[in-house]
Every structure is written in structure tokens, then in C-alpha cells.
Design a protein around this ligand. Structure first.
Ligand code: B12
Ligand code: SF4
Length: 596
């Protein structure tokens, strides 16, 4: 860091984050790629997005936008400290704000060392440098802070969903971190730590703070956030064993506060909004008389309509969702498409039937196609349907979503503890069934990583790509082959992929990933038709699955819950009787358009 003294002696509290977690353009996918690609592939992103490092400033040189988490930290601190003592700075500008008066540099980070699902696996497939691009920039930020000439005057506090990575790898000294706070900044304990740092007192190495228990305790920033992220819910409720966010209380946040944060983003120049959630479909149905997995159609349409109709909101991007609600209420999906598609910045010309080929791409967990495995790791993932019906729920959900121009990015976990070849075959069968039916999702396989604090924290995962079995490799490469479909419409694309993949394999990957990788890679590269490779026993041939009709699926819902089904969605179980009109979710005031 440049050690010149800022004219005001620096700010007592300086807030920052890695540049790769702050950048706000080119959509979610640039950050997801940076989390997963190794640093030596950075030039691909540099070529595609030459301006990715460009950022916007406020008049005082502070950051115009910051990740939503850091903005909430700022809002939390503003309850106790004066605004002139706090600043949000891009990493490259820290020298303008860190000076002799600085007592805290607080870093928010999502994934500093790249050891979460998906992030670690792709870098390790590519070998040599395992460091993902995001991790490289995170380390660069920590090194800059560590090298400050004023380092002995301030303490470094880290928070955010990736803070645990520093604790688990004991990287405090290496990165120059004094304290990691795990949990939300709204907590009074978080404020106490900042108070201590301002007084120059020693801080605890690690502090776990309480999550707010009610919707009113959660703060909303009145400033612009990266990608226009505004919180919609916390927690989930489906209780998957490997999940971190599900450990938080299930809360849906008040619409007026969400809308206030949307307007603040627009006011500060953001044209895009995205609601942060684990499952968008629970909003409006948390702690009502209706179970949260029967979506509140009217409330959701009302909220999303008001967001996309806010003047200045040009783009809206979905974040996370689950798939069972699409089977429960296809009418909701159709109506959401009518409201949201025109504002989606994502275009999939070969898939979408929208006049401008726009598409909605929520992130949805598929995780496994094996019912045996699903029962162990995510028994409630498909509620209200029993987990035994998981493959049918996925196929039906996807057909409803695709018909409405939703093409989700679906995550899969490879190498779950106790996963057998049969489990892997079952997942391949499901993926092949999706392909056979002409359905489409971006399948994003990742290798099981025991995430801190989850119910599977102690389970052991695959640590080296060489440990992967041929079937696990086949699953990974099959997913990526299918994912290329929307981009394969140019005449040269398939050949370029084939040659590129083969070249990379010959030069590097063959040695690195071992013999189990060879046939799946040749399948990915399209060297020989899959049929032939299957015939010679080199690959598993996906077996056709028996998929239940939607009516059969609805019949598997517990009969006492049939009353929550909506008659206008059709396919109702025999013996269904419509509930009296007053039954259902909580009463939410509606705009006339939403009920129309
Ligand atoms: C939106 C989102 C994204 C977006 C935008 C991210 C961004 N830069 O803004 C995109 C799609 C780009 C993204 C990408 C990824 N994400 Co993401 N993402 C989310 C999501 C849905 C919401 C995050 C959010 O803004 N929440 C709202 C804010 C207010 O909450 P928060 O960030 O946690 O902040 C609070 C506290 O953490 C704390 N806090 C935050 N910073 C600080 C700093 C200090 C000093 C202190 C004291 C406290 C503090 O206070 C805040 C509130 O008071 C979460 C799930 C979730 N609900 O949290 C997943 C989540 C954080 N992502 C996750 C993952 C795995 C990823 C990826 C690695 C996925 C991938 N393979 O591509 C990448 C990594 C991106 C990167 N740059 O490295 C995981 C994190 C797991 C982990 N770290 O252990 C989560 C939890 C999802 C999950 N179900 O597993 N993500
Ligand atoms: S459905 Fe998703 S967010 Fe909910 S518990 Fe399972 S993994 Fe977590």
C-alpha cells in the first residue's frame, strides 16, 4: 500500500472486500467463474470482459457499490458511529483512507480461499496453480493491508460467508487477520468488537455472533449493492444436511424494506436488482397457516411485479430457488415469467421462445439423482413430495420451468460420503433422462466439501481429483458436455471444443487427473459417439427412468395437505375437494395487477 498520509489522517473504520467480489457488471456468472477458474486462466476473462476491473466512485472517492453483506455491516455500524468515521473503499484506494487515525480495516469475504463447493474442484481439475482467481485477489487484498505503514495502529476484522475458511485453515497470521466474526453484523456483539478495536484493545481471534431471530432486527442498507442484491429471506427450512444457510432462522423480510433497498439501488445508479434468498418460493409463506412449501402465489407476484415495475430497474436476475414449487404451482411459474422475462438480461437464443430470447436462470439444487443418497443427505428437499419421488419431481419441475423459459443452473454434489457407483449411475440416469426428453438445465457438478458448522461438517470428502472414479468423472464431463448445448450453434464451436479439450488433456490433464478421467474426457471431446463408448463398456449407458405423471405426483402428497393445492393448476388427486376460500396463506395487501 502507498504509505502517504491521507489529508484527514484516514478514517477510523475502513470497510473493504476483494475486487472480484465487488465487481458489478457482466452478471453473476463473472463472479462465479472467478470463484472456480484458476488464476492462470484469468486471461480468458480479461479477453471476454476487458473492462471488468472498472468501478464507479462516489464524490469523496469512496466505493459506489459494495457486496450487500458489507453494506449491511456499514448500516449496522452507522447505528453507533458517525458517518464521517466510516468509509467503504475499493482495494486499490485503501491508501486514500487508511492512515494514522485508522483503527479498524474490516474485510467482507464470500470465498477468500476457494474451498467451498464447486470453487475448489475446478481449479484442482486444472492443476498446477490451485488458486482460484477470486482467492488470488482476496490474498492480494490481505497482503496490501498487511503491508500498510500504519498496520501497527489498526486491527483487521474479517466477516462474511467465507470467514470460516480463515478459521478452518488457521490463516490468521499468513493473511494478517486479527479477528474473524462469524455471523451477522446486526448483532450487538459485533458492534462491541468494533468498539474494542477503536479503543485499541485486543480482539478475540474468532467470535460467533447470534443471527437475528425476527424480521425487524434485520437491517437494510440505503446504498447501492453489488448486482443490486437485496435480501429477501434468510434460512430455508428444507433441512439439507450439507447446507450452511439453512442453519439460520427461516425469515421472510418485509416488502416495504425490500422496496426501500430497491429504490436506494436505483437512486445510486444501479439498473439491476436481485433478491438474495435460499428459496424465493418461501417468501410470503413463512410462519403462516400454510406450510412454506406451498408457495403464496399472490404475494410473490405482487412483490416481483413491484420490483420490475420500479422506474429505473432495467434488469432483474433470480437467485436461488427449489424445484418442487414448480410442480406444485405451474400457474405461478407462468405468471412470474409474464412479469419477469422482459427484464431478464440473460439471453439463450437456442433455448428460449421469448421474442428477444430472454431466459430466467435461477440456481436450484439437484445434488443427486440417487433416492438412496437423497434420503440420507436431503430427505426434505422435495417436500411436499416424498423424497422417493425426487427423480420425477426434478423431471416434471424442469419441464414446467423450461416451458416457461426458465433454464435453471442446477448444482450436483459428486463424492458425497458413502456414495457408491450405484448412486452415481442413478444420477447419470436422471441427467440422461433430462437429455432424452429434450429438457435443459445448466448442470454444475461440484465435489463434496464438508462445510463448517453444517450437519455434515465432520464427513470426509474427495480431496484430489485423482481419487474420483470413472463414473464420477463421467457424470462431471457429461454435465459439462450438456451445458455446452446453448453455445454450440456456431458451425465452428463443436470442433473448437473437441480440439481444445483434447489438446488440454494431452498436454496437462492426462497426468494430473489419472486414468479414470480418460474415457469421460474423450466423450466430452466427442471423439467417438457416446453409444460406441457405452457399447465397449467404457461408459455407463443412462437407463430410461419411469417418471410419474403430475397427477400421480400430486397424489403422493399427504392427503391432509391436498387442501393447499390450487384447483386452477389441474391434475388434482381423485377425491380432492376445494378448500373454503378463507383457507391459505397470510393475508397480504395486493395490487390490482397481481390478482389479475
Ligand atoms: C447473492 C449470492 C451470490 C452472488 C453475488 C455475490 C456478491 N458478491 O454479492 C453470486 C451469484 C455472484 C455468488 C457467487 C458465489 N457464491 Co454466493 N451467495 C449469494 C447469496 C444467495 C446471498 C449473499 C448475500 O448477499 N446475502 C445477504 C447479505 C446481507 O448477507 P451476508 O453476505 O452473509 O452478510 C452478513 C454476514 O455475513 C455479515 N458480514 C458480511 N461481511 C462482513 C464483514 C465483517 C467485517 C463483519 C463483521 C460481518 C460481515 O454481516 C452481514 C449481515 O449483517 C448467499 C446465500 C445467503 N443467503 O447468504 C450465497 C452464498 C454466500 N454463496 C456461496 C457460494 C459457494 C458462492 C460461490 C463460490 C459459488 C460458485 N461456485 O460460483 C460464488 C463465489 C463468488 C466469489 N466472488 O467468490 C455460499 C457460501 C458458502 C461458503 N462460503 O461457505 C452461499 C452461502 C450459498 C450456499 N447456499 O452455499 N453468490
Ligand atoms: S433446499 Fe437449498 S437452501 Fe434449502 S436446506 Fe436444502 S440446500 Fe439448503
Amino acid at each position: 500500500m502507498d504509505d502517504s498520509v491521507p489529508h484527514d489522517g484516514g478514517r477510523p473504520i475502513v470497510l473493504t472486500a476483494p475486487l472480484t467480489e465487488i465487481i458489478d457488471h457482466a452478471g453473476y456468472f463473472i463472479q462465479m467463474s472467478m470463484a472456480s477458474l484458476p488464476i492462470w486462466l484469468e486471461r480468458i476473462l480479461n479477453d471476454k470482459y476487458p473492462k471488468w476491473r472498472d468501478v464507479e466512485y462516489d464524490a469523496d472517492g469512496s466505493a459506489r457499490y459494495m457486496p450487500a453483506g458489507l453494506r449491511v455491516v456499514e448500516a449496522s455500524l452507522l447505528r453507533r458511529f458517525p458517518p464521517e468515521d466510516i468509509v467503504c473503499s475499493y482495494p486499490a484506494d485503501l491508501h486514500k483512507f487508511v492512515g494514522p487515525r485508522t483503527r479498524v480495516v474490516a474485510v467482507s469475504t464470500h470465498n477468500p480461499l476457494g474451498v467451498t463447493f464447486a470453487a475448489g474442484v475446478y481449479t484442482s481439475i486444472f492443476g498446477s496453480s490451485r488458486e482460484p482467481i477470486n482467492s488470488h485477489y482476496a490474498r492480494q487484498l490481505f497482503a496490501t493491508i498487511k503491508a500498510s505503514g500504519f498496520r501497527d495502529r489498526f486491527q483487521v476484522i474479517v466477516g462474511g460467508s467465507g470467514g470460516w475458511q480463515i478459521v478452518q485453515t488457521n490463516s490468521y497470521d499468513e493473511l494478517g487477520v486479527d479477528c474473524v466474526i462469524e455471523g451477522r453484523s446486526e448483532s450487538i456483539d459485533t458492534l462491541e468488537v468494533f468498539e474494542k478495536a477503536l479503543r485499541g484493545e485486543p480482539l478475540p481471534r474468532r467470535l460467533e455472533v447470534q443471527h437475528p431471530k425476527s424480521r425487524d432486527e434485520i437491517l437494510f442498507p440505503d446504498k447501492r449493492t453489488t448486482f443490486g442484491v437485496v435480501e429477501m429471506t434468510t434460512g430455508c427450512g428444507r433441512r439439507c444436511q450439507f447446507c450452511v444457510p439453512d442453519l439460520n432462522p427461516q425469515i421472510d423480510l418485509p416488502k416495504d424494506k425490500i422496496m426501500g433497498a430497491v429504490r436506494a439501488n436505483v437512486r445510486d445508479g444501479n439498473q439491476q436488482i436481485s433478491l438474495a434468498t435460499e428459496d424465493m418460493f418461501i417468501w410470503g409463506q413463512v410462519h403462516t397457516d400454510t406450510p412454506f412449501y406451498f408457495p403464496n402465489r399472490e404475494a410473490l407476484l405482487d412483490l416481483y411485479s413491484d420490483i420490475v415495475d420500479t422506474p429505473g430497474v432495467e434488469h432483474h436476475v433470480l437467485s436461488h430457488a427449489t424445484i418442487a414449487p414448480a410442480v406444485v404451482d405451474p400457474v405461478l411459474i407462468r405468471k412470474l415469467s409474464e412479469r419477469l422475462l422482459d427484464k431478464s438480461p440473460i439471453r439463450l437464443p437456442t433455448l428460449s421462445t421469448h421474442p428477444q430470447r430472454r431466459a430466467l436462470v435461477p440456481l436450484i439444487g439437484l445434488e443427486t439423482g440417487s433416492v438412496r443418497m437423497a434420503k440420507q443427505i436431503m430427505p426434505s428437499k422435495g417436500v411436499p413430495f416424498p423424497i422417493e419421488e425426487w427423480p420425477s419431481v426434478v423431471v416434471h419441475g424442469l419441464s414446467i420451468l423450461n416451458a416457461n423459459n426458465w433454464f435453471p443452473a442446477m448444482t450436483l454434489i459428486v463424492g458425497n460420503p458413502g456414495e457408491t457407483d450405484d448412486d452415481c449411475r442413478a444420477t447419470l440416469d436422471l441427467i440422461c433422462e433430462v437429455e432424452r426428453r429434450g429438457l435443459f438445465a445448466f448442470f454444475i457438478p461440484s465435489i463434496f466439501t464438508p462445510l463448517h458448522d453444517t450437519r455434515m461438517e465432520k464427513a470426509k470428502g474427495v480431496t484430489e481429483t485423482r481419487e474420483l472414479t470413472p463414473l464420477q468423472w463421467q457424470l462431471i464431463m457429461k454435465c459439462w458436455k450438456m451445458n455446452l448445448r446453448p453455445g454450440q450453434n456456431a458451425w465452428w464451436a463443436p470442433t473448437a471444443w473437441r480440439v481444445g479439450a483434447l489438446g488440454l488433456w494431452a498436454a496437462r490433464l492426462r497426468k494430473l487427473n489419472g486414468p479414470s478421467f480418460t474415457w469421460p474426457l474423450l466423450m466430452f471431446a466427442g471423439v467417438a459417439p457416446e453409444r460406441i463408448l457405452q457399447h465397449f463398456g467404457k461408459l455407463h449407458a443412462g437407463r430410461p427412468l419411469t417418471i410419474r405423471s403430475r397427477k400421480e405426483l400430486l397424489t403422493t402428497i399427504k392427503p391432509h395437505q391436498w387442501r393447499y393445492l390450487r384447483p386452477d393448476t389441474g391434475d388434482l388427486p381423485d377425491g380432492f375437494t376445494a378448500p373454503p376460500p378463507e383457507r391459505g396463506g397470510k393475508v397480504i395487501p395486493l395490487t390490482p395487477r397481481a390478482v389479475a
